[in-house]
Write a protein that binds this ligand. Sequence first.
Ligand code: ATP
Ligand code: MG
Length: 393
Amino acid sequence: MQIDLTHPDFQAAIPILQQIEAAGFEAYFVGGSVRDALLGLPIHDVDIASSAYPEEIKQIFRKTVDTGIQHGTVMVLDHGVGYEVTTFRTESTYQDYRRPDQVTFVRSLAEDLKRRDFTVNALAARHDGTVVDLFDGLGDLAAKRLRAVGDPHERFHEDALRMMRAVRFQSQLGFTVAPETQAAIAENAALLAHISVERVASEFTRLLVGNQRRAGLATFVATGLYRYVPLMAAKQKELVALQQLPDTPIADPAVAWTLVCQCLQLAVPQTMKAWKQANQLSHLVQAAVALLPQLAAPTPWALYTAGEAAVTVATTAQTYLQPDFAPAPVQAAYAALPLHHHQELALNGRDLMAQGWRPGPKIGQTLHQLEKAVVAGEVANTPESLLAAAMVK
Ligand code: ATP
Ligand code: MG
């Protein structure tokens, strides 16, 4: 089997593989790029695996950076582009259901491929495009199936995150999960509690924005994984409602989390905190969820305080919750607001003081009232009308 390496990212990296081979070592493309190229999907980050040890890689190339040398990864810099070259490795004895106790470098590609999660992720390709397939990853690729490499129980015991990766890849790739692999997830779901929230959240978000979100969520519920993630253990019914939203892919994580909080009836700040999401995302989702109930007839002030980003997120989310909802009028109403930001107010504290106002809280209160009046369309946003309005406040 040959893989088409005409993609410029592969082409640019082929000389790296050849240089490693010329020094007497093996080097292969591995992981997601091989899988995605075989599926005809766009590729991102080309990963290279090699029998050369990190110190040996550093002797072959003039410019390298130790990006993850303890895991065996060295970045090779070539014409300003960085390529991650990782030494073949095994991950011995996992004791805490997550990271291995110890990474051991090995010279054998087979050993390296054996520790990978799913057969479709355990494919390797030589610089001439010859595919190395030790676990019938090609068969699973053709069948669009995620199957754990080796014994699924063992593999999920070693690293429980792989169970979340399964449902994430199911959504991302539109694959099914092989029956024995799914049964092993159902049996071992509780091990997910050992994995850091950030890593679970990253996989869950990728599930939500994947093309086959419904299928991924169905497995997430059916296997019981949902019982071991923050705040969802008692939300099976609501998760089914989330799963039944229209199939259209969700591009924006903020829209995804808005729908999660809304469908699961979860308070946004607590949820985003429990899932260790960034404050900025949390605030955006909070503003969007607050706007949702008002979308039928939003007041100018509600749109103004939500802000452009939250208006976009809320209107997009609403198209899933209420399929006949038209976002355009609400977005047009936002665009037509006489004021979008506090700083756009044509009068400020200095202007008022220039008119003889004394510094003090009255200035701030007056400006806030003027802001509301401008947003409501009651006062024009010009210095003259604002000043005139301020005098009667
Ligand atoms: P994508 O980049 O689309 O997320 P990917 O397959 O490249 O997909 P990465 O997380 O980038 O996924 O990992 C690269 C490769 O490393 C995987 O294809 C897989 O072979 C291996 N891998 C990553 N995480 C694990 C894991 N938890 N257990 C076993 N193998 C893993
Ligand atoms: Mg990748």
